[in-house]
Ligand binder design. Structure first.
Ligand code: ADP
Ligand code: ZN
Length: 636
């Protein structure tokens, strides 16, 4: 799905952005210059997270490894130094589609960037090379295998290469799961360009991988001490609202959620290919633009779906986790999990695909008892040694605790990754704190039934006994004759299910996978039975109706009133038209946040237009008049 910038943007569209034209004050300290570039080129007022630290380190010509969560804005970290250094910056990137996206965005921002890659014709690549050789290009995006040929390296070594950026730097590490042999050669880059600092960027690297990346890419001093900086940014994504709710009627829950967000782009994750297709058909039948995406689909079908998703808004990708790697769409507004993800790491990674533009976004997860059962059996059948399985069960426990968390979800999530934060006020629990009930009496009743039936039945049978049902399976085992039969009549079936789940999640009960998910008592249950501890639980606070109401996510954006919302829609339409015309994805023109700001500020002059968030001088020149027309029309 290469999006060809070269074919859609004529060079005459472009503006040679020399530093003078960008009106950067060359006498200012570099940190000031960096801010000026941020403002003039990208239209942003301040750096985010560790961006400034990374840029400063690079401007000091130090090799720098930046580990930042997806969406924090890694690209700016090397693009700004590239502009300040002048000369040529090489950007090594493994994914052609991402390369083309970034080149396109840079061109629109008035920066001379281009790429040499296998999806382009020989003629195009030769033309790009001419621009490189004549010093006409600021950033050259190139695939590792193309870069690391003797000829290319020799030719580049003669040029003014001032910076080398390596995207997806974790691919260099043999310890990591995404090792790419063609990245291994990159450790030789230092020898060819000893004066160009290396910027290594990645979103996923644990301690070991980080060390490995730095060891391979960074130089050493005469005492063999490694030089360079490793800068790790926090993993919080405060713009993503976190919600988790039990699955009771998944079709309704899903449709309520997605249907209320028709105009938005989203990803719905499913566990299997079959389920993916079922859900896609279901959403399509409900009038939504949904596409299935999984590894079993024909490559061209997949590419077409992905292209639609990238270019349009209002498209839902229904996908297995195969979808997402290398998806660089910044305006994905929600990620909906129809089932429990495999663990906290996977969850964090998957929801991280929402809201990369920093605008309010949502992560909704549905889960149920059968998810827990299935995940446990996945782990048990996974192979590997007992230690490994025990670990995986523990990691799953952590995820369950997150699902049943009685306190702020973001706290629970981040504490898992070793970060401490205050309650976030942007998760379902903070916004709608659950009432904690004392469930000790109910727990006693449940424990009694489990004991009386020999710890060999699942939750359904236990609840039916408690509720006093008399059906075939109850009679077959004589369960209606138990003294505890009917003892929990006063509690609804739903509440019982919640109690069971939370007793499982909080370690009072265990699901015996080998035995069809029979409920077993743990030591903790016995302590409870002895009256040593109590059981507090969260009665279910989020019914399905909560799902259908898109609540305003936390943001520093004031909410639009009805009139402004109208204007916002008109601006979106304008953006769609421009995107079609330029054959680029809509967000490359402007982000939602930019349109939002526009709808609020209603600029009608070019200077005012430049004040809008996300408007740099190049985009002002290209688009101000068109959008001002829309605003003036709307004002009547
Ligand atoms: P990453 O590569 O880390 O996933 P990107 O470089 O694609 O992230 O940036 C994600 C989005 O955030 C882009 O739309 C980018 O323009 C925007 N962005 C980056 N830095 C800033 C900033 N300082 N202020 C506002 N938006 C920013
Ligand atoms: Zn919270």
């Amino acid at each position: 799905m290469a999006l060809h910038a070269s074919s859609s943007l004529a060079d005459s569209d472009l503006h040679t952005a020399s530093m003078d034209e960008l009106q950067i004050d060359r006498n200012a300290p570099v940190s000031e210059q960096a801010l000026q570039v941020l403002k003039t080129v990208y239209g942003y007022d301040c750096f985010r997270g560790k961006q400034a630290a990374v840029i400063t380190s690079l401007l000091e010509k130090k090799c720098t490894l930046a580990v930042m969560p997806t969406g924090m804005g890694k690209s700016i970290c090397f693009q700004i130094p590239a502009m300040i250094f002048g000369g040529l910056t090489l950007v090594v990137s493994p994914l052609v589609a991402l390369m083309e996206d970034q080149v396109m965005a840079l061109k629109l921002a008035g920066i001379r960037a281009d790429s040499i890659n296998s999806s382009r014709s020989r003629e195009e690549n030769v033309a790009t090379w001419r621009k490189v050789a004549s010093g006409d290009l600021r950033l050259l995006y190139i695939a590792p295998e193309r870069l690391m040929t003797e000829r290319m390296l020799a030719a580049l070594a003669k040029l003014d290469v001032n910076l080398i950026a390596i995207d997806e730097a974790h691919c260099i590490s043999r310890w990591g799961p995404s090792f790419r042999p063609d990245y291994e050669g990159l450790s030789r880059l230092r020898d060819f360009f000893p004066h160009a600092p290396i910027a290594a960027l990645t979103a996923t690297a644990d301690e070991t991988t980080r060390e490995d990346i730095a060891d391979q890419l960074f130089p050493r001093d005469s005492h063999d001490k490694r030089l360079g900086d490793v800068i790790v940014s926090g993993f919080d994504r405060p713009n993503i609202r976190l919600s988790v709710t039990q699955r009771n009627d998944w079709k309704k829950q899903l449709l309520d959620f997605v249907g209320a967000r028709k105009e938005q782009s989203g990803i719905v994750y499913c566990l299997s290919r079959r389920k993916t297709e079922e859900v896609t058909r279901f959403l399509q039948d409900s009038g939504l633009q949904a596409f299935a995406y999984h590894a079993g689909l024909d490559k061209t079908v997949r590419a077409a779906a992905q292209a639609r998703f990238m270019r349009e808004s209002g498209v839902v990708m229904v996908a297995t986790i195969a979808f997402g790697m290398g998806i660089d769409k910044p305006d994905v507004r929600y990620v909906f999990h129809t089932n429990l993800p495999s663990n906290m790491e996977a969850y964090a990674q998957e929801i991280g695909r929402a809201g990369r533009d920093g605008a309010p976004s949502e992560a909704m997860m549905l889960y149920g008892l059968d998810d827990i059962r299935m995940r446990r059996s996945f782990i048990d059948n996974e192979g590997g040694d007992d230690d490994h399985r025990a670990r995986e069960h523990k990691r799953l426990d952590a995820l369950l605790a997150f699902c049943e968390a009685p306190q702020c979800r973001r706290q629970a999530l981040l504490s898992y990754f070793g970060e401490e934060i205050k309650a976030c006020n942007n998760c379902d629990i903070c916004l709608d704190p659950p009432r904690l009930s004392d469930g000790t009496v109910a727990a006693h009743k449940l424990i009694e039934v489990i004991e009386a039936t020999g710890q060999s039945f699942g939750a359904v049978q236990m609840i039916d006994i408690l509720r006093g049902l008399v059906h075939e399976k109850i009679k077959r085992f004589g369960h209606e004759k138990l003294t505890c039969h009917s003892s929990g009549k006063d509690i609804s079936k739903e509440d019982w299910r919640a109690i069971v789940r939370q007793m499982v999640a909080t370690g009072f009960l265990k699901l015996d996978i080998a035995n069809h998910g029979a409920l077993k008592l743990t030591a903790k249950a016995l302590s409870l039975k002895m009256g040593e501890i109590r059981f507090a639980y969260r009665p279910d606070v989020m019914g399905p109706s909560e799902l259908s109401r898109p609540r305003r996510a936390k943001s520093n954006l004031p909410q639009l009133d009805a009139g402004d919302q109208d204007l916002f829609e008109a601006l979106r339409q304008c953006r769609t038209d421009l995107a079609r015309q330029h054959k680029v994805p809509a967000y490359v023109i402007f982000s939602d946040k930019t349109l939002h700001d526009m709808a609020l500020q209603k600029p009608t002059t070019r200077p005012d237009f430049l004040l809008i968030h996300g408007v740099g001088s190049s985009k002002q020149r290209k688009f101000a008049d068109t959008f001002i027309d829309v605003i003036e029309n709307w004002m009547g």
